[in-house]
Design a binder for this molecule. Structure first.
Ligand SMILES: [Zn+2]
Length: 435
């Protein structure tokens, strides 16, 4: 079963996110859709989803944070959704209950995002609190016909309108409370083809976890509750909800279900949100300051975040092939930081091999691997390639993509150490040219 709305990137999960996902999968979940709420958390959402193949990112600007959103965030969103791993635009919508945020400002961002959804043919994940009619009207006006109204809480008439337009309605923890009469009636009576399941974790805990953190592993309990109200088996309810979820997300990917396809490689958008996050996490001066010889003398160390992003954008243009996220992250350091004052090349060819990175004057090659090779052929190729490179007098360092993404600092340290222990050899270039 699929949790169509779970804020897994939230700080409430920082301490035990992997365990939370593991327990959710154990409980029978096959997919978790993780919606963003501001441009600032696009990186975190993408990172969670890159790390867990069963998690799928939706990116959007939530109405409750409309005061924070900038015009530039819409541009960021437009660029970010070009990555095909993004399954929807969300969480977006209107919130008339939260009086601290002007409805006009909310509508401005909602409208712009509906246009994006329409132009890119992406489904939307909607937040409509005390604003179902306004949301419905805008969906109609912008011709958006595919998506989920998350945590639906409106009248039967409002539900019917949305269902007729092609939308599904999300039900979660709120309907498990005996006093939630309207929600329970809707969950019991709405057409089965219109329902999808969600937790909205860490918020909206079901009755059995009242006052505690909500978790995706509670989804089977919610399914059981809805099935009981409808007097059908949980199995039948879950099957219907999966089919409904597929209907929302399927066509984008031209397959029956995005949730049954093999795990996706981390996204290739560049500069990817997680790299943007890295830029923020490691503001200048370089985190390697003092470690490398001459570090800090040779490049400007007080770049602003936007200057750094501009540099990344230039890299993207210079790269002929879209890099994997790990490659892009490593390249950012090797190139921008001029690690240990050395010049690295990317995608350099030596004989019949194209190698990921090379520092020619240190005769050091860095290769990245996507994942454990299961077939013997690929493994033998790797060995042959390493033997060949070593015969050419090169040293080869190999890293897993995961390693680079999760332990960038340790990987850089190993590269630095290798640069420090190089065997001395005459350098044909004068010092100035070496940079
Ligand atoms: Zn939400």
């Amino acid at each position: 079963m699929i949790d169509t709305h779970c804020h897994l990137d939230a700080s409430e999960f920082d301490a035990d996110r992997d365990a939370v996902v593991a327990r959710a999968l154990q409980a029978g979940l096959t997919g978790i859709i993780v919606p963003a709420v501001t441009a600032n958390n696009f990186g975190a959402v993408r990172e969670v989803c890159a790390h867990h193949p069963q998690c799928f990112p939706a990116l959007g600007l939530h109405p409750v944070y409309a005061m924070q959103h900038q015009e530039g965030d819409l541009v960021t969103l437009k660029v970010a959704i070009q990555d095909e791993s993004v399954v929807a635009i969300g969480e977006i919508g209107l919130d008339a209950w939260d009086k601290s945020v002007g409805l006009e400002r909310q509508k401005h961002f909602f409208a712009a995002q509906l246009k994006l959804a329409r132009d890119r043919d992406l489904p939307v994940l909607l937040h409509a609190r005390h604003a179902v009619d306004e949301v419905t009207g805008m969906l109609r006006r912008f011709g958006v016909r595919r998506g989920i109204v998350h945590a639906f809480n409106g009248s039967r008439q409002q539900a019917d309108k949305l269902i007729n337009m092609g939308f599904k309605l999300g039900f979660g923890g709120a309907m498990t409370y005996p006093r939630a009469l309207n929600l329970r009636r809707l969950a019991a009576q709405l057409p089965l083809e219109s329902l999808v399941l969600e937790t909205d974790a860490p918020d909206m805990s079901p009755v059995w976890a009242h006052g505690q953190r909500n978790l995706p592993e509670y989804l089977p309990g919610i399914a059981k509750e809805i099935a009981a109200l409808r007097e059908i088996t949980p199995k039948a309810l879950i099957a219907a909800c999966i089919a409904n979820t597929d209907e929302v997300f399927g066509p984008t990917h031209g397959e029956k279900s995005i949730f049954t396809r093999p795990p996706q490689k981390p996204g290739t958008a560049f500069p990817s949100p997680s790299i943007q996050k890295l830029v923020t996490a490691f503001p200048s001066p370089s985190p390697l300051r003092g470690e490398g010889r001459g570090e800090g003398k040779t490049h400007k160390t007080t770049r602003t975040k936007s200057e750094q992003l501009a540099i990344l954008a230039t890299f993207a243009k210079q790269m002929r092939l879209a890099p994997t996220e790990a490659e892009a992250r490593l390249w950012y350091f090797l190139r921008n930081r001029r690690l240990n004052n050395r010049k690295f090349r990317r995608q350099h060819s030596i004989d019949k091999y194209i190698i990921d990175f090379i520092c020619i004057d240190a005769r050091l090659v860095i290769e990245l691997d996507g994942g454990q090779h299961t077939d013997i052929m690929t493994h033998q190729n790797d060995v042959a390639r390493t033997v060949f490179l070593e015969k050419c007098g090169l040293r080869v360092l190999r890293f897993w993509n995961d390693e680079v993404l999760q332990q960038t600092g340790a990987v850089l340290e190993r590269i630095l150490r290798a640069l420090d222990t190089e065997t001395p050899h005459p350098n044909p270039l004068t010092k100035g040219e070496r940079r």
